[in-house]
Structures are given as C-alpha cells and as structure tokens.
Ligand binder design. Structure first.
Ligand SMILES: [Ca+2]
Length: 212
C-alpha cells in the first residue's frame, strides 16, 4: 500500500511537473503539426490572411494535424473564409536531395528553414490560385532541390487561404532519383509510415513546438 501511495505521488508530481513545464518551456510532440486557424477572413489570397490583424498571434482555433495534410483536420469542404498556418519541424531519416510539393485550395505558400530556427524560414513553393495535383520539377508549386541531412530537424511552415468551395492544403516530398510522378505522391506522414504507401518510406518526423 505504501508503494502504491508512492506511485500515486510520483504520478501526481509527474503530472504537475508536466503542466508546469508546458507553461515554461517548449514542448516537442512527435507526429503532429500545429494547425492554427484564423476565421472570418474573406478572400482567396495569402495576403488576405497575413494582413488580418489577428494573424499570426491570435488564432481562433489551434488544432494538430497528424500529417502534412489539412484533411486530417478539415475532412470536408463545409468551412469557408478562413486561413490556416501549419507549423512544425521535419527530421529526415535519410540524407539526400529533396523536392517539396505544395497543393492547396485556395492559395498556399510553403516555407522551409535550412535549420531548426523558425527565423530562417524562407518561401520555397507557392500556389497562387488553387488546386491541381502535386506538380513536377520547375513548377512554382514545387521547390528547388533542398539538401537535407538525416537526423537534423528543419523548421517548416505552410499557409493557406480558404475562401469557398474546396478547402485543403497538402505537402509532399520526393527524394531526387525517386521515379514516382509528382501527381501520385501522398502528403508527408510521420514515421512509422503507413505500410501501403511506398512514397512514405523516407520516414519523416513531423512535430510542433509550443509557442511558435
Ligand atoms: Ca477553396
């Protein structure tokens, strides 16, 4: 019984400690991207989102996406007039040269940092109108080749603006030499990969950091 009480106390302290730490320090949660929603903003352009007074520090909702795919949060097209910021980090399991592809409805932008510092995020791909599949090399929706190192974390971020109709933002990646056509790629998924999708074998780790 004494051992049981000790275990309870240890658990309680652990919970208290976690609560305290979560308010005081950054917490990394593997497998998720932070999904910040800014509602009641008309328009279909990224500037409609970024010029809104509530952006970026006062989102109306904060959710967590389980892939680089807004469909893991918004599973249909019923919601309108909102912008979303997806933020996190990727940690590739294989060093190499990669391209990143963005598709969104409506406009979207994709940013990548050369390191884990969000201050170094830079625009690497852009959808200025909407929709369409993942595009091949050279399209504005597809980044230039980015050389990544296994085990290193890189800050990554996407913005998209939904006016009406279809509502999604998805990001895929492809290692140079991979012969899969861009349009066949599926959105990035955290490891362990889904077993039926060959393009997921690269095994990214997606995660978010609180306070960003
Ligand atoms: Ca739309």
């Amino acid at each position: 019984m004494q051992l049981f009480r000790k275990l309870l106390l240890a658990l309680a302290l652990s919970c208290l400690g976690s609560t305290f730490l979560s308010a005081q320090t950054e917490v990394l949660v593997p497998g998720f991207l932070k999904f910040e929603v800014y509602t009641d903003i008309p328009g279909v352009n990224i500037a409609d989102l970024t010029s809104a007074p509530k952006f970026p520090n006062a989102p109306d909702h904060v959710w967590y996406a389980t892939a680089f795919d807004s469909r893991t949060v918004y599973r249909d097209d019923t919601l309108t007039n909102r912008g979303v910021r997806l933020s996190g980090f990727i940690t590739p399991s294989e060093s190499g040269d990669y391209e990143f592809m963005l598709r969104s409805d409506d406009a979207g932008q994709l940013f990548l940092s050369p390191d884990n510092n969000v201050a170094n995020l830079a625009l690497i791909a852009e959808e200025t109108t909407c929709c369409g599949p993942f595009e091949e090399t050279g399209a504005p929706e597809t980044s230039a080749v980015k050389t990544l190192t296994a085990g290193q974390s890189y800050a990554i971020r996407a913005l998209y603006k939904q006016g009406g109709g279809a509502n999604f933002c998805q990001v895929a990646w492809r290692k140079v030499g991979d012969t899969n056509v861009a349009a066949s790629l599926t959105p990035m998924w955290p490891s362990p990969p889904r077993p039926t999708t060959a393009t997921l074998l690269l095994g990214p780790t997606l995660y978010w950091r609180s306070g960003e």
